[in-house]
Ligand binder design. Structure first.
Ligand SMILES: [Zn+2]
Length: 387
């Protein structure tokens, strides 16, 4: 067709680690049946990979991975594993019932971690990565390999380890910002440099995994997608170690709302996002802050008069996404910043039609109450008034 430009959207895979990295948050311990409940919601959300746990970490984690493996029909199920063969054996055994299985092998590549934490020479790290990836590849469908603390590692060394892991059979290479240290433009440069040094990375899936210690997890993840990453690792509500991981709902909606910029697409059914957020919050006991992007109670709430007036005329004035796409809805709470227009409409919805002096008096009464404290419930305002 003349004059029509067909733009093919690059497919971004969503790797959800709510049940592994998310579960590593202090105070969270999900039981296998709770993991299954969340995993089934992640399946409805249509994520590509569910990392169900770290099978070698504890008998409970093993059971969690096994239960999730048996429960899911479409997503790939993954288990984390160190380069130790006993971890890999535990992962493979727990994943045996999965329709498609992935072992996620990791080892640290930064000077600090190798020397202080592992007590290994760089050459030993290379050998362990190679042997572990090759062994895992003989047991399951796919192997992902992560250079832990990649962003604080020597780039040439990261490139070397990646080459070895790909040759040993890794089909996804993850370069995480494990401690949330990177800045978006710096992370993009780092990924681009490693890709340039390792042309083989174009034959496998490049993945990003970012932490939120400086509040940059989502920004860094998007910077990674911008320079070619094809898998994003994230958690529902952004839960995870310390300040958490990149929030799935934020990454997905940024790619979705700004597909004009990224020209990418995920398979996520966004209408399941709000339900996923509520379920994870309920089962982990981690509340969602009211002003949280995308899933916070106030993400689509407008109290200020000017905003409410705009919203009543056209919702696009103050909303960049339709909450219905998330299984949520717009609210116009009444508070000290609210205007007469939204107040009159709320009264009408409440069955009280007010005009002229009656409206003026009621609005004054409402403002006095609102000034005294927060959001006003109309029920309180119309005490004794029959609707
Ligand atoms: Zn992590």
């Amino acid at each position: 067709m003349k004059g029509v430009l067909f733009v093919s959207h690059r497919r971004i895979r969503v790797f959800d680690t709510t049940l592994r990295d998310g579960e590593q948050s202090p105070g969270i311990a999900l039981q296998p049946d709770e993991k299954v409940e969340i995993a089934l919601q992640l399946e409805r959300l249509r994520v590509d990979v569910v990392e169900a746990g770290f099978a070698g970490a504890s008998p409970g984690d093993f059971e969690g991975v096994r239960a999730v493996s048996g429960a899911l029909t479409s997503p790939t199920v993954a288990s984390l594993a160190r380069t130790r063969f006993e971890d890999i054996d535990a992962a493979a055994e727990a994943l045996a019932g999965a329709r498609r299985s992935r072992i996620h092998v990791f080892i640290a590549t930064s000077e600090l971690h190798m020397e202080r934490k592992l007590g290994l020479e760089p050459q030993q790290v290379v050998e362990q990565a190679r042997d572990a990836v090759a062994y895992a590849a003989s047991l399951v469908d796919e192997v992902e390999f992560s250079c832990e603390d990649a962003t604080r590692s020597d780039q040439a060394f990261v490139a070397r380890v990646c080459r070895v892991a790909i040759r040993a059979g890794a089909t996804t290479i993850n370069l995480p910002d494990t401690v949330g240290y990177a800045l978006p433009f710096e992370y993009a440069t780092f990924l681009s440099n490693v890709r340039r040094e390792v042309p083989e990375l174009r034959e496998v899936t490049l993945s990003v995994h970012c932490h939120n210690d400086l509040g940059l997890a989502v920004a860094n993840t998007l910077a990674g997608v911008h320079v070619g990453a094809e898998q994003v690792e994230c958690t529902v509500n952004g839960i995870g170690e310390r300040a958490g991981n990149a929030a799935l709902e934020e990454v997905v909606m940024a790619l979705n709302v700004r597909s004009d910029y990224f020209a990418t697409a995920t398979a996520v059914d966004t209408t399941e996002i709000t339900r996923a957020s509520q379920l994870v919050s309920q089962l982990t006991g981690y509340p969602v802050q009211p002003n949280k992007a995308v899933v916070g109670a106030n993400a689509f709430a407008h109290e200020a008069g000017i905003h409410q007036d705009g919203m009543l005329k056209d919702e696009r004035t103050y909303q960049i996404m339709d909450p219905a796409r998330l299984g949520a809805r717009t609210t116009l709470p009444l508070g000290k910043h609210s205007g007469r227009h939204a107040f009159a409409r709320a009264c009408a919805e409440h069955g009280v039609e007010l005009v002229g002096d009656e409206l003026t008096a009621a609005f004054r009464r409402f403002k006095e109450r609102a000034d005294a404290g927060g959001v006003v419930a109309l029920e309180d305002l119309f005490e004794g008034v029959s609707a």
